[in-house]
Structures are given as structure tokens and as C-alpha cells.
Ligand binder design. Structure first.
Ligand SMILES: [Zn+2]
Length: 206
């Protein structure tokens, strides 16, 4: 998986539809600029079909399922990768902006659990899974001391009002997985030519 920056603006101000964001991120990531997360070569990926997936978004005050076509590329080293924009959290059906809205309503107590479930059509266990993952990743990102100092609401506010793509890239480099991603990394991250501090940060295959 190769992650593409789509949210190069503040999350709070994102008004483009996810289809527009996907198209924009692909236009900004031509093949000659792509780096293979497995072998580290640049510009060696070629188009290799695509697959379709659903993404639940929250564009107009209600949940909406969008069908997206995710392109795949194959490097000359033989590995193939999905081109996944940063508003999609790997392995999750809900868009990142929607998850953050749910968590924002939860942490600020704007809505009760029941109210959140009714507004976003989600279940309580899902909300608590998002909450748990958010708090774990907040601590990983900030470190124990800073995590204790910075409230969850303040951290959320920072996320929503700063450039998300920079945070996403830095978080990926630090942890080797995307923010709010639940799975650890897959087998084909066993790169033959990289040390652990190099391409591991880029490697997230489906
Ligand atoms: Zn390669």
C-alpha cells in the first residue's frame, strides 16, 4: 500500500467530496514520483488495475456510502500496491473525517452515546473501539508525559485545525502504520534492502 496525501488542507475546512479528494490526490501523485515501499525504488511502478471498495462518509449531516475505485500499481520488483489516500484508514469502512466527527461529539459530550449512534448510524462498541484506538495513538504520538499534559479535546482540536497530511506522514514514519489503523503491518513489509528506520514507515500493504 502506498499512502497518498489528499488532506493537504485543514480537516475542518475540507469541503471537497471524497471522490474529488481521491481524484486530486491521484493527480498530485504521478507514477514517476511514487516510491515503492518494498524496494525503495522511485518511478518504477506501473498501473496494475484497480479494485472497488465502499467508504461511509458524512457529507450532509447523514451517513452516505460512496463506492470508490482504488488504483493499484506494480513495481518492477514484483510487489503490487494499492494507492490509498489519507482520508481512508486502512481496514476501516468509515472515512477519517467521519470518525473524527464521531469522536469529537463523544469527547466534547455534545451528544450522548445514544445520540451519536442515532446521528451516525453506528453502534456503541464501534464508538468505543474508535475511542480506544484514538487514545492509544495519541499517547504514541505525544509520548507519555505530553499525553498527560494535552487533553484529548485539545489534541482533537489540533488535528482538525492543522495540516493533516504533515501529521499523517510523520505519524506513519513514527509508528509504521496510519493514524487510527488497527492492524499491524503485513508480511510483505519484510524489505530486503532497508534498515528498520527507512522504508518501514512507508510499508502498509493490504
Ligand atoms: Zn519495488
Amino acid at each position: 500500500m502506498i499512502r497518498l496525501n489528499a488532506l493537504d488542507c485543514k480537516l475542518k475546512n475540507t469541503i471537497l467530496s471524497v471522490r474529488d479528494l481521491l481524484r486530486q490526490s491521484l493527480e498530485q501523485s504521478p507514477l514517476f514520483l511514487l516510491v515503492c515501499p518494498y524496494c525503495g525504488a522511485k518511478g518504477t511502478c506501473n498501473k496494475r488495475g484497480s479494485y472497488e471498495r465502499n467508504l461511509v462518509t458524512f457529507p450532509d449531516g447523514k451517513p452516505h456510502v460512496v463506492r470508490l475505485r482504488i488504483p493499484r500499481v506494480q513495481c518492477t520488483c514484483g510487489k503490487s500496491h494499492a494507492l490509498l489516500p489519507d482520508f481512508i484508514v486502512p481496514y476501516l469502512s468509515y472515512s477519517l473525517p467521519m470518525i473524527l466527527r464521531i469522536l469529537s461529539d463523544f469527547f466534547t459530550r455534545r451528544l450522548t452515546i445514544r445520540g451519536i449512534c442515532e446521528k451516525y448510524l453506528v453502534s456503541p462498541p464501534l464508538i468505543y473501539r474508535f475511542k480506544k484506538r484514538f487514545l492509544i495513538h495519541k499517547k504514541q504520538w505525544l509520548g507519555i508525559l505530553r499525553d498527560m499534559e494535552l487533553s484529548t479535546i485539545s489534541f482533537m482540536k489540533e488535528l482538525l485545525t492543522s495540516s493533516y497530511d504533515r501529521f499523517h506522514d510523520a505519524f506513519l514514519r513514527l509508528t509504521t502504520y496510519s493514524f487510527l489503523q488497527s492492524h499491524k503491518n503485513p508480511a510483505n513489509c519484510s524489505r530486503p534492502r532497508f534498515g528498520p528506520a527507512d522504508a518501514s514507515s512507508l510499508c502498509h500493504d493490504l
